[in-house]
Design a binder for this molecule. Structure first.
Ligand code: PSU
Ligand code: MN
Length: 302
């Protein structure tokens, strides 16, 4: 497809049926400050490689969807202050205008499917927002219709987590806990909600996905990984920052796609280094586990 530009390394790995892990880029353009964003993006790629898989960071540049970025492209994306947050509805427009964009979970899944990548690692997915019936991230309906293994640490409690959990259930998206029974809440390891299945080995997760898709189901399989123990925060620690961020967002009448980046920025500011440390640590950890799952999946026929 004309709009898709797959890097040589990713193309080679895919043609040899080797393990590839898609990575999102809104976390680079809107989730973390410069230069932590670049450092983290590189560390995430290194973590995927450590598991013997090939990283494919996805972003929009110069009228193309790039799948697999060079270090130079990553560096320029991380420094681009005008980068647009690109969800699925924005892809065509950003391609048309040849703008630079960081892809959300939803848009990254869409692009990864175009490239035939089936494993994707991220930090936190979007979800149902609090006090706002119709502010539901496009990540959720994309998870419902995209057969992909998505490895994350749940969602942040800036969202309505019980409603998000219900949405996943309604859309028949299996939620797996990697070595846990509790659904993580990004910064903390337990949201108080449950996963559907606990699986402890990457190979079991790959088999689960293969079975799910072999049965004809076409949803994602959502794999949730708790943040590394030494970095996880107490939910009480983070709650105050979140309540504050939600109040400011309401006062300043933040709407649309600006809501999530605004809340993330405010929470980061309020908790400073602590939340940043857990954020970067879980991104790397999820990337490594996704790499292991991708290696297992590459050995199964799907
Ligand atoms: N949650 C985070 N960090 C992030 C995001 C969510 O903890 O960077 C980003 C992801 O790219 C996600 C997007 O797909 O925000 C969701 O935005 P929205 O709620 O506008 O769909
Ligand atoms: Mn929204």
């Amino acid at each position: 497809m004309d709009y898709l530009q797959i890097s040589d390394e990713v193309r080679r790995a895919l043609s040899q049926k080797e393990a590839v892990v898609a990575l999102e880029s809104t976390v680079i353009t809107h989730g973390l400050p410069h230069p932590t964003n670049l450092k983290t993006a590189l560390a995430i790629e290194t973590a995927v490689r450590a598991a013997n898989a090939v990283p494919a960071t996805i972003a929009l540049m110069d009228g193309k969807i790039l799948v697999g970025l060079s270090e130079q492209e990553l560096t320029s994306l991380a420094a681009c202050v005008t980068a647009i947050k690109v969800s699925v509805r924005d892809i065509a427009g950003v391609i048309m205008k040849k703008k630079t964009g960081g892809t959300t979970v939803a848009a990254t899944m869409a692009a990864a499917m175009m490239a035939n990548i089936r494993v994707f690692a991220t930090g936190g997915i979007g979800g149902v927002h609090r006090d706002s019936v119709f502010d539901i991230s496009a990540d959720l309906p994309m998870l419902a219709k995209t057969p992909m293994l998505v490895i994350c640490s749940g969602a942040k409690s800036i969202l309505d987590l019980p409603a998000t959990r219900e949405y996943l259930e309604t859309q028949a998206i299996p939620v797996i806990g990697f070595q846990t029974d509790a659904l993580p809440a990004f910064f903390s390891s337990d949201s108080g909600l449950r996963v559907d299945y606990r699986l402890d080995e990457p190979g079991e997760i790959a088999s689960f996905a293969r079975t799910h898709w072999a049965l004809g189901f076409s949803s994602a399989v959502l794999v949730t990984v708790p943040p590394p123990k030494d970095k996880a925060l107490d939910s009480a620690e983070i709650d105050q920052a979140i309540t504050g961020a939600l109040e400011v967002a309401k006062r300043e009448k933040i709407t649309g796609s600006a809501v999530t980046p605004f809340l993330l920025k405010k929470v980061n500011e309020a908790t400073q280094t602590k939340s940043m440390a857990v954020n970067t640590a879980l991104l790397e950890n999820n990337a490594r586990i996704a790499g292991e799952i991708a290696v297992s999946l590459s050995k199964l026929v799907i």
